[in-house]
Design a protein around this ligand. Structure first.
Ligand code: HEM
Ligand code: HEM
Length: 193
């Protein structure tokens, strides 16, 4: 008769330390604001009339400035106080480097995109509304600057979409394929530790 060996079952998701609550709050606030930025930008062209388009643009500009402030505060928190779990020790170096580059690029675009939007709005040479307050005309209309910042703003918005597809794809790969706890490290309600 062979002795039965009772081994504890392999956990479905490996335990992994989590980001601190403030970092998670910054992350998910950013996600909501970014979705809103794209929704508001794309609704400008769909507005029924010019007044509707102006209202959408005002929402887009104000939320963009709010996202900028959130990004700067988030970077300050990350540099000074954040508790960030290390990536799993068995993650191959190319994936480690890709994660680092993707996150650095995301932070760079989140910090720069609102500036090119603001520059574009200023170069229009007309007052505009931010959070219900009028920003006065600060310069004469400059067509070359306007068209430059318009193109850069459009291009980096496309770059942001590309980076996000990779980022969310990688997060789901960690959560569903590797099951290494990286995805749940950013989910406040996850129960794996
Ligand atoms: C991370 C923040 C932002 C994102 C992701 C974003 C994204 C976009 C996108 C996708 C468009 C449409 C581009 C196109 O196809 O023409 C757009 C247009 C625009 N954005 Fe932003 N934007 C951001 C911040 C801002 C800010 C802070 C301002 C100004 C204060 C701004 C001002 C504008 C203006 C004036 C347009 C052109 C609208 C038009 O004439 O149709 N954006 N933005
Ligand atoms: C607008 C959408 C998003 C943006 C702008 C964004 C941005 C970022 C940034 C900048 C970081 C780096 C955090 C740090 O270490 O300082 C990060 C981490 C992370 N994000 Fe996102 N994210 C977005 C959406 C998502 C979604 C939808 C998921 C889940 C499906 C997700 C899962 C994660 C995870 C798991 C990490 C931690 C990765 C690690 O340990 O390095 N993100 N995100």
């Amino acid at each position: 008769m062979t002795a039965l060996s009772i081994r504890p079952a392999e956990p479905l998701v490996r335990s992994h330390p989590r980001f601190d609550q403030i970092s998670m709050a910054f992350h998910w606030t950013t996600v909501l604001l970014v979705l809103w930025m794209f929704a508001s930008a794309w609704s400008i062209g769909l507005a029924a009339d010019a007044a509707g388009a102006q209202r959408m643009l005002a929402v887009h500009r104000s939320l963009g400035v709010a996202l900028w402030v959130v990004t700067l505060a988030r970077l300050a928190w990350r540099l000074r106080f954040a508790s960030r779990p290390p990536l799993p020790a068995d993650l191959p170096p190319p994936q480690r480097i890709a994660a680092l580059l993707n996150e650095a690029a995301l932070y760079a675009v989140l910090a720069l995109q609102p500036m090119t939007g603001l520059a574009q709005s200023l170069a229009r040479g007309k007052p505009f509304v931010l959070f219900g307050l009028e920003v006065p005309k600060l310069m004469a209309r400059d067509k070359a600057t306007l068209s430059l910042f318009h193109s850069v703003h459009e291009l980096t918005a496309d770059l942001l979409i590309g980076l996000l597809v990779l980022h969310v794809g990688a997060a789901l790969f960690h959560g569903l394929v590797r099951r290494d706890g990286v995805l749940s490290s950013m989910i406040p309600t996850a129960r794996n530790n």
